[in-house]
Design a protein around this ligand. Sequence first.
Ligand code: HMG
Ligand code: MG
Length: 313
Amino acid sequence: MTDALGLPMTVPAPGLPAHVTIYEVGARDGLQNEKGVVPVEVKAEFLGRLADAGLTTLEATSFVHPKWVPQLADAAELVKLLDRRPGVDYPVLVPNDRGLDRAIEAGLDHVAVFASATETFAGKNLNRTLDSQFAMFEPVVKRALDEGMSVRAYVSMAFGDPWEGAVDPAQVAAVGRRLVEMGCWQLSLGDTIGTGTPGHAEAVIDACVAAAVPVDQLAVHFHDTYGQALANTLAALRRGVTTVDASTGGLGGCPYAKSATGNLATEDLVWMLDGLGIEHGANLEALVGTSVWMAEQLGRPSPSRVVKALSGG
Ligand code: HMG
Ligand code: MG
């Protein structure tokens, strides 16, 4: 590792937060798009390694319809196998009441609903209209809160949609505002197909803030399809966002969005945060080791530049 050489050199820049929370989505977003189903024991070991690497928020899986996402049909079994660590949160995706029932049965405390900013993707991903998705989420959020759970919300297609093209930031903010009004504590802005650029990231964040979604309730979720994820993240940090979604090894995608590729790689994010002197709590060497191990399980190398550079791959 280059650590011993003092690299990356730490050079703080003004206008950035002192600490960033990494919201790790590798086990969920990362593995939902795999061609094959990753064995449940491998998933459990992946999550164990991520906790060992110091990550404290690990989105573990989804309680969605198993026919819609067969890759995560083993959600209940995975939760049973998990060696749940104190101080680590294991949120899961739940789209509806049935999903919430299953998350409660599994003994989980943190769930996330996932909305669409566009009509077409609401249909393709949720089998709902843009408007009727809220009727599906409302009872889920209410009951989860009554159960003492925390509920995060995503807004997908926040930066562009492969069927509809450009998406108005005001539309993203309006969808996000409704989810925050329901009681979701955090809103993650999803660049599902990775077409956003830094000025665009600022515009979407500004639109949310203008719609009365406080910046400290925002998170960003950039897929790296066009190589913009890290630049967009820096723009979001400058706007005051302090939670960044990332996927170890840069795994990821969405089975219902053509042209969605991997998420921002956690290792690439950590390299940048280290260079900027921003605290994050993760151990880069352990993350890279995990990605090298996972690449062996999946039979292909990690797309992360930092993993490649540090593993000699
Ligand atoms: P539907 O077909 O409209 O469901 O699908 P339904 O409500 O009509 O129910 C039909 C049957 O499915 C019923 O069974 C239900 O019990 C069952 P029957 O009575 O016919 O025997 N069912 C379920 N079974 C297990 N678990 C459940 C469940 N729900 C219903 N939760 C539904 C609607 C929302 C369920 C479906 O569209 C679905 O599962 N979609 C999930 C798609 C998905 O997971 N996409 C990937 C995640 S989103 C993403 O990746 C983007 C993100 O990363 C951010 C970004 O990048 O932008 C988050
Ligand atoms: Mg995603």
